[in-house]
Design a protein. Structure first.
Length: 94
């Protein structure tokens, strides 16, 4: 959470950050479903190895939950009066 707040202080685009998290989670999801070849075409080999390592640490139901939490935060972010709050909640819930 501390690192997230530091990114906010730097002026990071919250929507882009959320989408970036979701893309990484999607790539992990694909790797877990033996579709890593699709991910290999999108990222460098070094990043792919990191994603494979992360995929080994997630259970499928946990991964689906985290993706769902971030998707909801993206949707809620459009209407939030405090734009960072939905993402902050998503990080805590996941």
């Amino acid at each position: 959470m501390k690192n997230l707040l530091l990114e906010f202080d730097k002026g990071v685009n919250i929507k882009e950050l959320t989408l970036s998290f979701m893309d990484m989670l999607r790539q992990i999801f694909l790797i877990k479903h033996d579709l890593g070849s699709m991910v290999k075409n999108e990222v460098a080999l070094e990043k792919y190895k990191i994603l494979e390592n992360l995929a080994d640490k997630f259970e499928m139901d946990q991964l689906i939950h985290v993706l769902d939490v971030f998707q909801k935060s993206l949707e809620q972010g459009r209407f939030a009066s405090i734009t960072s709050l939905p993402l902050e909640i998503a990080v805590v819930e996941s």
